[in-house]
Write a protein of this length. Structure first.
Length: 576
């Protein structure tokens, strides 16, 4: 007899409680395990309390799941004041019956270890708070405070297990926070083993810049992101950057959008950039990278779309003033909230934090175009690989949202023109190269398209001028020694114009000679015609006289013959 195992084709899904924290639900593929305890551990200042509180607040306001917060180190008043800066009004939530705050005071000086340790009192207090508001979420902050002075690890483990089991039996989604220990996740080193999910928060320093990071260390019954993810705490709460590497499955658009420079659009297949593509404008200092960015921003705003402009070397007012010199008024778009600047030095935060802040700004403003000017500002020391990873994630993020990204890159004088400090050229769809060439004792600007994926584009190197009416691309001008620009072009044009004028004058001189000869010949012909006509008339008259004379002679002879009665005189036409 054979027995065949039944294989279910439907994978069971672990119930999850969404946190509402941007990015975290993507990392955990839906949220924290519903009805199970989650441990959040980390050092001082890493954001454990704020993280837990936002979990409760968003659960109450967005998912209709009331919550209970049990604090062992901060009073309800202190908690309310601390999270008010994030826009959370705990007093209002408490008044609505959506949140219950409780402070359990434990003075270490009053503690002594006698008899068996028991958490039954906590269970009663917590159970009452849960039942009072019908809580679905619970936070215990910070758990190790309960075990201060307890030296028996077996009792500690047993009570922790009992606490976690009790929370599961109540069916609440719980967060327990704990401080990091020496060489272990928590001080007791036990909580992580009895938790169904473990998140670690830390505050890392690199090159004098601090960055907060989150990691899902453990998640029973569910797959999850396994990398370190930077997260940001600002006035809107916590946001986690979930993207470390994205599959190449982005949707693409065939729509084309203008660069803001008509002749550049012509070079780009008569239509401009693809929407949702990545554009790199690289060149040495003073070649017009920011001016090109300004044209693109202006054209986008004129279409009624939004632009988010990240500047790392100039302030908003300085950029608006400078772009105004080429005839573009970006200030009007700022006033209409179509253009928003985010100006900050790269040293303000680490690379991951900058990426997180860009994510947050994009989510808030919902632009169709994002400009970063310049990206090489992030290069410091030997962090090229980190910068490339950060920009790769940013490009993927923008492409997934069909946002067109324009990046400027300052090329150092001795560097190769077809390379960038951040080595992202392979990720770019359209690459414009701006250069300054020295000819005739002056520097002139030229533009070429190194590549533009998916479109036929010009292979010409064009000179361009930055004028008070914007960027003007000039036609290619090739002289005897190659492409000419600036005064050399003007001199060669003048020489060729003089040569053309000389040739034109020679043609006009030969035309005048030809006309003179034609007139002379026509006069001679007219004179000959007149002479011929006169000779012809004279000859005809002579012939006519001779004919009359002969006719008269015949008449006389005929008359004489008649008078003599002789035979008639035969005419000359008659035969003799």
């Amino acid at each position: 007899m054979e027995y065949k195992a039944r294989v279910s084709t439907v994978q069971p899904t672990l119930p999850k409680a969404p946190t509402g924290i941007p990015g975290l639900d993507e990392i955990t593929l839906g949220g924290l395990p519903r009805g199970r305890p989650t441990l959040i551990c980390g050092g001082a200042g890493c954001g454990k309390t704020l993280f837990s509180m936002e979990f409760l607040v968003r659960g109450a306001t967005e998912f209709e799941e009331p919550g209970v917060f049990i604090a062992f180190e901060e009073t309800a008043t202190e908690l309310t004041q601390n999270v008010a800066s994030l826009g959370f009004d705990l007093d209002d939530l408490s008044a609505q019956g959506l949140l219950a705050l409780d402070f359990v005071a434990i003075e270490r000086s009053d503690l002594g270890e006698t008899g068996d340790f028991d958490l039954s009192g906590l269970f009663i207090r917590l159970g009452y708070a849960i039942d009072a508001i019908g809580a679905k979420r619970v936070v215990l902050d910070t758990i190790e405070t309960l075990f201060t002075g307890l030296s028996n690890p077996s009792i500690l483990r047993a009570e922790l297990r009992r606490l976690f089991r009790w929370l599961k039996e109540k069916g609440v989604t719980a967060i327990i926070t704990a401080e990091r220990g020496d060489g272990q996740l928590t001080r007791q080193g036990l909580e992580e083993y009895v938790s169904d999910c473990v998140l670690t928060l830390d505050h890392q320093e690199r090159d004098l810049v601090w960055t907060r990071r989150l990691r899902v260390l453990k998640y029973r019954g569910s797959s999850h992101g396994t990398n370190d993810y930077p997260f940001l705490i600002d006035e809107d709460g916590i946001s986690v950057l979930p993207i470390t590497s994205v599959g190449l499955d982005q949707a693409v658009s065939c729509e084309r959008i203008s660069s803001g420079i008509p002749r550049l659009d012509t070079m780009l297949g008569d239509a401009g950039y693809y929407r949702g593509s990545s554009v790199l404008v690289s060149g040495t200092a003073g070649t017009g990278k920011s001016s090109l960015s300004g044209h693109f921003a202006d054209a986008t705003c004129r279409r009624g779309e939004r632009v988010l402009y990240f500047a790392f070397e100039e302030s908003q007012s300085q950029i608006i003033r400078n772009i105004g010199s080429v005839g573009l008024d970006l200030g009007q778009w700022v006033e209409q909230d179509r253009l928003r600047f985010q100006a900050a030095r790269p040293t303000l935060a680490g690379l991951e934090m900058h990426l997180t802040m860009i994510h947050r700004a994009v989510e808030r403003f919902q632009p169709s175009v994002v400009i970063l000017d310049p990206i090489n500002s992030f290069i410091a020391g030997s962090n090229q690989l980190e910068v490339k990873a950060m920009l790769t994630r940013l490009i993927d993020f923008l492409k997934h949202r069909q946002i067109t990204g324009l990046f400027t890159n300052l090329t150092s004088g001795g560097a190769s023109v077809d390379a960038t400090d951040s080595a992202i050229s392979s990720l770019i769809d359209t690459w414009l190269l701006l250069m300054a060439v020295d000819t005739g004792g002056e520097r002139n600007r030229i533009l070429s398209i190194l590549k533009s994926r998916g479109m036929a584009h010009s292979n010409q190197t064009r000179e361009f001028l930055i004028t008070g009416q914007g960027i003007k691309l000039r036609d290619v001008y090739v002289g005897p020694s190659g492409v000419l620009t600036g005064s050399a072009r003007i001199a060669q044009e003048s020489a060729e114009q003089a040569e053309r004028l000389e040739r034109q004058q020679e043609i006009e001189r030969r035309q005048r000679q030809l006309e003179q000869r034609r007139a002379l010949l026509e006069a001679q012909i007219a004179s000959l015609q007149q002479e011929f006509q006169a000779h012809e008339a004279e000859t005809l008259a002579l012939i006519e006289r001779e004919q009359r004379r002969e006719a008269q002679s015949h008449e006389v002879q005929a008359s004489m013959a008649s008078s003599r009665q002789a035979d008639a005189v035969p005419s000359k036409e008659s035969p003799s």
